[in-house]
Design a protein around this ligand. Structure first.
Ligand code: GLV
Ligand code: MG
Length: 325
């Protein structure tokens, strides 16, 4: 390991993260009763300009009055380039800060953006005498944010997670997409002709490098990487495929923009029983190997070593976290 220590962010389950518009308070109770891990009450893109003020009031009331159980509660504030943002922070943190766990900062572009919100939140928390510190979730969804993702990830002790905001990212990059979080058939290659002259189209994942880049920045700073929205909520298979490829790259969770996506995210982002059993066998086999003075052994015909233990321990730890709820 490097001599450079990596402090891990506050541990919290983040397999699923439900977006709920602040302008739709009738949806709050249902969200509170769902199986989602994190809820963000939205003040940004799901709320029309005329509704911003009322949405803020709905969120304050909802946070204070509704029993959200053990869910982590977040608000997505408006961007730092709008005049809504300062009131989002001041009003909600002052009036409902006790039940607020996280603030989600959209379209974050530089470390200074994080610094600015940190400064505001710190002043409000101190003035209100709150003992709990609110964490930050950052949506990486612009070319600038992706360019500065490493500095953003390291910019505050409040940072907990990075989220890939594929819809705005596509817009910022002028990428050719139509479906939020979906693929494009033109991001593909043709195989060389086989003996019969046949060729196959191999579709690629146009978001691969962006997500992988964000995962590196998150993990190098002890944060959770989370994949963002998948817009077609009538396509559970497409959602699961998108969630699995994000999980395979290291993401811990995925957004749900519709309640039906919560169970899909929780399923994909939880290790299966078979995976946990295998991980426990690896840990046991390595303990036996170590007792016999060996650093590597074979299990089911495959080599395992100390790196295998670390992978297995991550999995077992995650299973314990999920069981603890
Ligand atoms: C999320 O905010 C996105 O733009 O995808
Ligand atoms: Mg966005």
């Amino acid at each position: 390991m490097s001599f450079h220590p990596i402090d891990q962010a506050t541990a919290r389950l983040n397999r699923s993260e439900l977006a709920v518009p602040g302008s739709q308070p009738q949806m709050f109770e249902k969200a509170a009763k769902s199986d989602v891990d994190v809820i963000f009450l939205d003040l940004e893109d799901a709320v029309a300009p005329d509704e911003k003020e009322q949405a803020r009031k709905n969120i304050i009331k909802g946070l204070n009055d509704i029993d959200w159980g053990n869910k982590s509660m977040s608000i997505r504030i408006n961007g730092l380039d709008t005049h809504y943002m300062y009131r989002d922070v001041v009003d909600v943190v002052e009036q409902a800060g006790e039940r607020l766990d996280l603030i989600m900062i959209p379209k974050v572009g530089t470390a200074a953006d994080v610094y600015a919100v940190d400064m505001m939140v710190t002043q409000i928390e101190d003035a209100m005498g709150y003992s709990k510190r609110i964490g930050f979730e950052h949506i990486i969804e612009t070319a600038l944010g992706m360019q500065n993702v490493n500095e953003i990830a390291a910019a505050s002790k409040r940072n907990e997670s990075l989220h890939f905001g594929v819809a705005d990212y596509a817009a910022s990059m002028r990428a050719r997409t139509t479906v939020i979080g979906g693929v494009n058939q033109h991001y593909s290659v043709l195989t060389d002709p086989d003996d019969d002259g046949g060729r196959q189209v191999h579709w690629g994942d146009m978001w691969h490098s962006a997500i992988a880049n964000m995962v590196v920045a998150a993990r190098a700073n002890g944060l959770r990487p989370v994949d963002g929205p998948f817009g077609d909520f009538s396509d559970p298979e497409g959602y699961k495929a998108a969630a699995f490829r994000a999980a395979v790259l290291g993401c811990e969770g995925k957004w749900a923009i519709h309640p039906s996506q919560i169970a899909l995210a929780n399923e994909v982002m939880s290790p299966s029983e078979a995976e946990v059993t295998k991980a426990n066998r690896i840990i046991e086999a390595m303990a036996e190997a170590e007792a016999a003075g060996k650093g590597a052994v074979s299990l089911d015909g495959r080599l395992i070593d100390y790196a295998s233990i670390r992978q297995a321990e991550v999995l077992v730890e995650k299973a314990k976290q999920i069981a603890a709820g």
